[in-house]
Design a protein around this ligand. Structure first.
Ligand SMILES: Cc1cc2nc3c(=O)[nH]c(=O)nc-3n(C[C@H](O)[C@H](O)[C@H](O)COP(=O)(O)O)c2cc1C
Length: 329
């Protein structure tokens, strides 16, 4: 599939996730076979006022390209300005507009999924951003605001008219947040309604899920969110499954442990000695999900403050084959 002139032979993408898909995680996802990574959502106002934290989020590295930088906002001019700034930095290959975030603090500012309630404003935003930059522009939407207002098909047509290069659809309404099951039929309906590429999103946890979504909806690519938390190997799994019909084995403890340490080292380098380890705790919790004795490991990780603390816990993790439930100690 193509987004603008960028070709993707492997249709497996990482979903944007605030607090998760920072540079460190994106690099790991790319290394493990993810074809396109999305940034966390970045505020247009933060860019306008050159907020230090926001500008940090615009830092990217060669190892993660191609990369989509996702912006959120409510005003066409402000989003267009932010988009032009991102393009001028050359830090991303694609720009994405967030029309899916359900968080109350976002929605109350008419941002994120609130735009699903305002097609005219959403259209003006897409047009303004399209005009402001030369790079590909995409949009990520939900099914609609609530069950009474399911309008993603109409919104997708507006996106096509506004010149969007692709559209990602999460098959839940705003009202549903992350509950229940994503509606894949609505993704199929969007695919039927537009000629631009459609990226299907919601509840993909395995290669079989990805293949099923592509078959059921006809979508051009799939986007993985929660199942990728603490599990960048999912990209290798799904990519291989889509080609061979078989999933590779789970990573062994040595691979798992080496990757966790690399993740920590990148967080230390990018976020420093204080923030790095604290942010790593959350990822470590996800990395140990489903492992036998995972609860014990999580307790230890949650107290870890320095690199050495993590190394010690990882040594323990390797000494005990937690996955197999065999502990040599
Ligand atoms: C912790 C978290 C943060 C998220 N942040 C964003 C975001 O910044 N922008 C966005 O468009 N969607 C965001 N999402 C939604 C995901 O991109 C995705 O649409 C959703 O999780 C459904 O996909 P999944 O079932 O594969 O998780 C977030 C989801 C989670 C769980």
């Amino acid at each position: 599939m193509f987004i603008g002139k960028l070709e993707f032979k492997n249709p497996v993408f990482l979903a944007p996730m605030a607090g998760v898909t920072d540079m460190a995680y994106r690099i790991l996802a790319r290394e493990l076979g993810c074809a396109l990574v999305y940034s966390e959502m970045v505020s247009d106002k933060g860019i306008k006022y050159r907020n230090v934290h926001t500008l940090d989020m615009l830092k990217t590295s060669a190892g993660e390209r191609p990369l989509t930088m996702q912006l959120f906002g409510a005003q066409p001019e402000s989003l267009a300005e932010a988009a032009a700034y991102v393009e001028s930095l050359g830090c991303a290959d694609i720009l994405d507009i967030n029309m899916g975030c359900p968080a109350p603090k976002i929605v109350k500012n008419e941002e994120g999924s609130a735009l699903m309630r305002e097609p005219a404003r959403a259209f003006a935003i897409m047009q303004a951003v399209r005009r402001a930059v030369k790079m590909p522009v995409t949009v990520k939407m939900r099914k609609g605001w609530d069950s009474e207002n399911v309008n993603v098909v109409e919104m997708a047509k507006l996106a096509e008219t506004a010149g969007m290069d692709a559209i990602a659809v999460h098959g839940r309404t705003r009202e549903e947040f992350y509950r229940g099951h994503a509606d894949w039929d609505i993704i199929a309906a969007v695919k039927q309604a537009v000629h631009i590429p459609v990226i299907g999103n919601g509840d993909i946890r395995s290669g079989q899920d990805a293949a099923r979504m592509m078959e059921q909806t006809g979508c051009d690519a799939v986007m993985i969110g929660r199942a990728a938390q603490g599990n960048p190997w999912i990209f290798r799994k799904i990519s291989e499954y889509l080609v061979t019909g078989k999933e590779p084995p789970e990573p062994d403890m040595a691979e798992r442990s080496a990757l966790i340490l690399r993740h920590l080292d990148m967080l230390l380098a990018y976020k420093g000695e204080y923030v790095g380890p604290r942010e790593m705790r959350k990822h470590a919790t996800w990395y140990t999900k489903g492992l036998l004795h995972g609860a014990h490991l999580r307790e230890l990780f949650n107290k870890a403050e320095r690199r050495e603390d993590f190394v010690e816990i990882l040594d323990q993790m390797q000494a005990c084959d937690f996955a197999a439930g065999k502990c040599m100690n």
